[in-house]
Design a protein around this ligand. Structure first.
Ligand code: S3P
Length: 169
């Protein structure tokens, strides 16, 4: 396969986990948009938000998207929850939306061994009411951008990977 696979979806839905498992099973390589930004900035997303604000971070996402579309092929790209808003997302590759309810996402995060850290590192999860509002605002937007929608709520990771591999055949 020469095209990239881009995983989009809300914070905490498991984009990174799915990307790593998919990379192992498919043999493709993977990168993560937040990791790329953190690496060139040499600071965490949380710190970027605190020091330079959300708009600066969104500009970095746009730069990352442009670079990915010009330089990366045959790669699994996991993304931050707001990355899907960049221009021409589908020029980067096939867009896969990992879908779950808000409650499903929060429950998933709560049972992770490092749950506290998972909440802490995400500035937009600080206020649960606001996060829920953001979820409902974004849910239809994710669907609209997706080439493929994969239900991940209460699904076993292997099953999720098999479903993705089946869909991209
Ligand atoms: C964000 C999601 C985060 C990160 C940043 C903003 C968002 O990534 O990019 O905190 O706008 O939804 P995850 O989806 O990996 O949590």
């Amino acid at each position: 396969m020469t095209t990239n696979l881009i995983l989009i979806g809300f914070m905490g839905v498991g984009k990174g986990t799915v990307a790593r498992a998919l990379a192992r099973k498919s043999g493709m390589f993977g990168v993560d948009s937040d990791d790329l930004i953190e690496s060139i900035e040499n600071r965490k997303v949380k710190t970027i938000f605190e020091e330079d604000g959300e708009d600066y971070f969104r500009d970095m996402e746009k730069k990352t998207a442009k670079w990915l579309s010009q330089n990366v092929t045959n790669t699994i790209i996991s993304t931050g929850g707001g990355f899907f808003k960049v221009d021409d997302l589908n020029k980067i590759g096939k867009v896969i939306y990992l879908k779950s309810s808000f409650e499903g996402i929060i429950e998933r995060l709560k049972v992770q061994p490092n749950a506290k850290q998972k909440f802490n590192k995400r500035p937009l999860l600080k206020d649960m009411a606001k996060a829920k509002e953001l979820f409902f605002e974004r849910a239809p937007q994710y669907e609209a951008k997706a080439d493929i929608i994969i239900n991940v709520e209460n699904q076993n990771l292997n099953k999720i990977i098999d479903n993705i591999l089946e869909e991209i055949k």
